[in-house]
Design a protein around this ligand. Sequence first.
Ligand code: XBP
Ligand code: MG
Length: 257
Amino acid sequence: MKGVRALIFDVDGTLAETERDGHRLAFNRAFVAAGLDWVWSVELYGQLLEIAGGKERMAHYIQHYQPDFVPPIELTEFIAGLHQSKSRFYQQLLQGGEIKLRLGVRRLIQEARESGVRLAIATTSSLENVIPLLETALEPDSPSWFEVIAAGDIVPRKKPAPDIYQYVLDTLALEPADCLVLEDSQQGLRAAVAAGLQTVVTCNDYTRDHELTTATLVVDCLGDVDNPFQLIQGDLPEKAPNAQFFDLALANALVAA
Ligand code: XBP
Ligand code: MG
């Protein structure tokens, strides 16, 4: 029987709830440290998340919310410096152990490793932020579990462009039909689908209302034996009609369907 050969994970919002109490706080701390009076509230950040990538998000914010801002140095350079500062604050937050994996993530990754299903990451966030997240929230050696960690500026166009997923497919030398993606947002879903990949979306507070109709399944989380997922959109496949949580049996049934 044809089964899934690789699971490709998004990071922010999918592996862990990093945005509201992680990246957002780090951006705000970087603004304070730079003497800026910019504050990204929980609500505003939800809107800014439409722009993928921290540098791109800040550039968008300046253009639309701080049009009179005059940077002390060339704008791209200024944003790059601010982003480095933001990354340092984000890494401090990670070291504090505040950011935990989402329900079912550890179990699924463990099952994939035991079954020889290959693992990959496709994220907009930068590598310097992904590695410490894996090390602190998963296991210190967990970055090595992923055959490819495609992150940040490694491709010219960020999500919703398909580039990062295309890069992962090329590196794994697999066809889209052999893989399954786990995402949490519309931008990520668009990127994966544009690369021809089936995608399961585990939505969260920021992405619950996103347009997700092209997803194979939308659930509220991966779930666990004792904490079943809630099916929000899509139909469970005939081969796993009673699935209560997302595991390889369900992944295989989706890929075979
Ligand atoms: C999420 C993002 C990232 C983070 C910030 O990407 O859009 O930009 O909010 O990270 P994904 P950086 O869901 O694809 O992981 O500041 O490192 O860009
Ligand atoms: Mg995401």
